[in-house]
Design a binder for this molecule. Structure first.
Ligand code: MN
Length: 241
């Protein structure tokens, strides 16, 4: 059996080919999987589980269909969809995971995270992250009407664009000290994340041991997946066929 990991699809109605590939992936690959992990930025934006946009309805139905077949689906928040909440989880049958989470994959302890927490060189972003992940801030935002939240998100997006965050190449890469600290703090040798849109498998020298950091790619031009089975992980791109 194989466990699947994807991230950074940035699903949005204006990019239908991404959603179509995701729906095919859920209907084929994921059906055969032992579990599916969505490691953040599944959605390009998420303004609250009460958003009635039918595009989201389509995606929710497909996730529900998968979880109803008995495939466990795990979801971790990204920096775009951190407002995905328990209503979404109940509607789709997914389980929301903390960032980070350690899972046992066929005998290997693996640290899963979205990846933005490792980008510590972007000091301004880390401040925003701390604010937007706090329960108080989220309660405050979700108390606003959907229309107010849409206006707020547009404003935030403009600010983010001004800082160069929207263009994938300009997302700051991880900080190597933060990576090494994560390996040491969590006492693991393997880490898997997305966010940077730089798919790769990195060997990391921790001095006393070697560790591996696997980075998922985004879905802008093709899909990106890690397939993990008893033989280990395989990072693959999936052409849009
Ligand atoms: Mn991200």
């Amino acid at each position: 059996m194989t466990t699947l990991f994807i991230s950074d699809l940035h699903l949005e109605a204006g990019q239908p080919e991404i959603g179509e590939q995701f729906l095919r992936f859920l209907g084929r690959d994921a059906r055969e999987a032992e579990a599916l992990y969505l490691l953040g930025d599944l959605f390009d934006a998420w303004l609250g589980d009460d958003d009635p946009n039918p595009y989201y309805g389509t995606m929710k139905s497909a996730l529900r269909k998968l979880s109803d077949t008995g495939v466990p689906v795990y979801f971790m928040h990204g920096n775009r969809d951190f407002l995905v909440g328990e209503v979404f989880a109940a509607e789709t049958g997914i389980t929301i995971l903390d960032d980070p989470t350690i899972v046992d994959l066929y005998g290997t302890g693996v640290l899963l995270c979205h990846g933005d927490s490792l980008c510590t060189d972007d000091v301004e972003y880390q401040k925003i992250r701390a604010m937007t992940r706090s329960p108080d801030w989220q309660t405050m935002i979700l108390a606003k009407s959907l229309q107010e939240r849409i206006a707020f998100a547009l404003q935030a997006r403009e600010a983010s664009k001004a800082r160069g965050e929207l263009i994938s190449d300009e997302i700051m890469d991880v900080n190597q000290d933060a990576v090494r600290a994560a390996f040491r703090d969590h006492e693991v040798d393997t880490m898997l994340h997305g966010h940077t849109h730089r798919p790769a498998v990195h060997e990391v020298d921790l001095g006393d041991r070697q560790a591996t950091r696997i980075v998922l790619g985004d879905w802008y031009q093709q899909g990106s997946v890690v397939r993990w089975d008893a033989d280990g992980p395989s990072l693959e791109s999936m052409p849009r066929s």
